[in-house]
Design a protein around this ligand. Structure first.
Ligand code: 5GP
Ligand code: ZN
Length: 117
């Protein structure tokens, strides 16, 4: 279920665009952010194309929960679980969303200030 190849994250999920993949299963892929804003900066995406968190996801609750579980697993495998990590979803342009395929940022390895800018 891809939005064909107009979507860069669909291409990564389909292994048709390069990415440093950290984890993959039948529902999702985790990979390194191409422009990291922290020493550890990974993205977790569903393989299914979902544009954003406001896309009417009532039937996707299990998938959304799975993405959170995988985010914690990626943090643990990158060694930032104990020191602390931040899991972020930007929704729509005003919040900083630039890629319209749902993704969870997993960031850590430095002090994460609050509130984010
Ligand atoms: P957003 O701003 O939508 O919340 O986050 C999009 C993220 O995707 C950014 O952190 C950006 O660096 C990352 N990104 C954009 N295009 C690519 C790509 O082709 N490959 C990878 N690995 N990351 C990307
Ligand atoms: Zn997509």
């Amino acid at each position: 279920m891809t939005e064909a190849l107009g979507c860069v994250f669909c291409r990564i999920a389909a292994h048709q665009a390069p990415a440093k993949i950290l984890y993959e299963d039948d529902q999702c892929v985790a990979f390194e952010d191409i422009r990291p804003r922290a020493p550890v900066h990974a993205l977790v995406i569903p393989k299914k194309h979902i544009a954003a968190l406001d896309a009417g996801l009532e039937t996707d609750e299990a998938l959304l929960g799975h993405l959170l579980v995988v985010s914690a697993r990626v943090a643990r495998e990158k060694g930032i679980d104990r020191s602390g990590f931040r899991t972020v979803i930007n929704t729509n342009a005003g919040a900083g969303q630039t890629v319209f395929h749902l993704h969870l940022h997993v960031m850590g390895g430095r002090i994460m200030h609050w509130p984010p800018g």
